[in-house]
Design a protein around this ligand. Structure first.
Ligand code: NAD
Length: 510
């Protein structure tokens, strides 16, 4: 990995590693003078300092990408595929190193970090099929002597802006299909866990991706705005919270860019009275507390229908004391800390407001957090939550599961459809007819039937409805090929003197 320069932190006097940018195939230390802290969430200590890019640094990354684009787009599909097979091998071989960086900066437990890399790797594998994916159509003799065919071509320089909760996988959703399609890429990762992207930059270079095809600028709103306004960037992919997703979509499209902006979520899991209670409880606990609830596909609300509520809440409650909360690198830890102390306190405030507004606080994670300086919170369970409560109306993004008791299936689906978000949803039942009706009724982009976290496999696309997605196309899978390419239709005739004549009329199909 690139040697990390250390310098003295003025505030503490201690040495902290500096994380900079990756531009034109080289590490570039930040020159703006603006930086942000990177913590090890398990200890609460600042371990690194990340440079925040200036407008000029974003310009330099776009210039490097623009220069590399011409040769990269002209590289044959088979050569690009060959390069992608090497990328796949390297990411696979170094998955443990990537996962270690994730655990260090994000806090998620190592097994979860390995899972993140694996799901990203699947998107890289999908991108290895690019010659098939970019195939166009061909109509021979569309008119007499005229053939018509469609081709898809890369857009140019495209950018990705990504959230803290999947520092490796979400960028892979973007750069893998974008690069495979022949684009050059500028990534602005989350400033909270910036190092994985630099490591990936090195791996891509080692795999033979030409310098400048993949660039990383670290930073905050200044870098984001420079990307959104840059005339040299054709398209922007964003994943993050809903208010920022809306801003990215509105600003990016105003500047003439193609934009897909995936936002936040409030994912519900309906449990019908006929469901297997043990299986539903296992699923709810895994999906609510995995990665400390910091997943956009986490289950945050269980809608318990009819008489299933009592035994289900009991079964969930029984499982909670067994969850081992601790540092992500420690063997046996199942749930790590939250990303920052500020976020941990925000999540805790929702537990308190739920209790104050009349929910039953069955398990209080504030009491069970490991006693240390890390950003830990134990798991919490709120029962008897009502839709008008503050905790229900907001995305909490932490290890808090809410139970809303409903009388009927219709009431439960009504709540899901009334929610402003529409990312993921699940229903647990043994009744195939009810499940089929549910997939028909529900206004959500990703639906699980007895599957709590229905993240689509790499050859389908990922995306929500309503306030969970701004833009028309979902991430990765076939829709990413549409997003990162422009369509062209060619109408062609080869000179044949026998059919040549002057005709000023509008061309018609003959
Ligand atoms: P965030 O919106 O705070 O940040 C996302 C990105 O936007 C980061 O790169 C950040 O630097 C940048 N950003 C933040 N504030 C900005 C501003 N004012 N102007 C311009 N850019 C800004 O999100 P986060 O806290 O990093 O991630 C958690 C959120 O992401 C949750 O809401 C979660 O649901 C969502 N998420 C959604 C999906 C999905 O696929 N729908 C996947 C993962 C995470």
């Amino acid at each position: 990995m690139t040697e990390v320069v250390t310098s003295s932190d003025e505030r503490t006097g201690e040495e902290v590693q500096q994380v900079g940018h990756w531009i034109g195939g080289k590490p570039v230390p930040g020159a703006s003078g603006r930086t942000g802290p990177v913590y090890n969430p398990a200890t609460g200590e600042q371990t690194k300092e990340v440079a925040f890019a200036s407008i000029e640094e974003v310009d330099a990354a776009v210039a490097a990408a623009a220069e590399a684009f011409s040769a990269w787009r002209a590289t044959s599909l088979s050569k690009r595929t060959e390069t992608f097979f090497r990328v796949r091998e390297l990411v696979h071989d170094r998955r443990e190193e990537i996962a270690r960086i994730l655990t260090e900066e994000h806090g998620k437990v190592f097994s979860d970090a390995m899972g993140e890399v694996q799901r990203g790797l699947e998107v890289i594998e999908f991108a290895c099929g690019i010659p098939t994916l970019m195939k166009g159509g061909f109509s021979e003799q569309a008119a007499t002597g005229i053939d018509v065919y469609s081709i898809r071509q890369p857009l140019g320089v495209v950018a990705g802006i990504t959230p803290f909760n999947f520092p490796a996988m979400v960028p892979m959703w973007m750069w893998a299909p974008a690069l495979a399609c022949g684009n050059a890429f500028v990534l602005k990762p989350s400033e909270k866990d910036p190092s994985a992207s630099i490591y990936v930059g090195e791996l891509l270079q080692e795999a033979g991706v030409p310098d400048g095809v993949f660039n990383v600028v670290q930073g905050d709103k200044v870098a984001v705005d420079a990307i959104l306004e840059h005339p040299g960037i054709a398209a922007v992919s964003f994943v993050g919270s809903t208010p920022i997703a809306r801003y990215i979509y509105e600003t990016g499209t105003k500047h003439g860019k193609r934009v897909q902006a995936l936002g936040g979520a409030k994912n519900h899991m309906i449990v019908l009275p006929d469901a297997d209670i043990e299986m539903a409880a296992d699923a709810a606990v895994s999906a609510a507390y995995g990665s400390a609830g910091e997943r956009c596909m986490a289950v945050s609300v269980v809608l318990a229908v009819g008489e299933v509520a009592e035994p289900l809440v009991e079964a969930i409650k029984e499982r909670l004391p067994k969850i081992s909360v601790g540092p992500g690198h420690e063997e046996g830890s199942e749930m790590g800390p939250l990303i920052t102390g500020e976020h941990r306190d925000r999540v805790a405030s929702f537990i308190e407001s739920g209790r104050e507004q009349g929910a039953t606080l069955v398990v209080d994670g504030r009491e069970t957090a490991p006693d240390c300086d890390g950003f830990f919170l134990g798991v919490s369970l709120l029962d008897d939550v009502k839709p008008d409560m503050h905790c229900y109306q907001n995305e909490i993004f932490g290890p808090v599961l809410e139970i809303v008791r409903t009388e009927t299936y219709d009431e439960a689906v009504g709540l899901v459809n009334a929610n402003p978000y529409g990312n993921g949803v699940a229903m647990f039942t043994r009744d195939g007819g009810a499940a089929r009706q549910f997939q028909f009724d529900v206004n959500v982009g990703m639906v699980g039937i007895n599957v709590p976290i229905p993240v689509p496999v790499a050859w389908y696309s990922f995306g929500g409805w309503k306030s969970s997605l701004f833009g028309d196309l979902h991430a990765y899978g076939p829709e990413s090929i549409m997003f990162y390419t422009g369509g062209k239709v060619v109408t062609a005739r080869w000179p044949d003197p026998a059919t040549s004549s002057v005709n000023l009329g509008f061309p018609q199909t003959r």
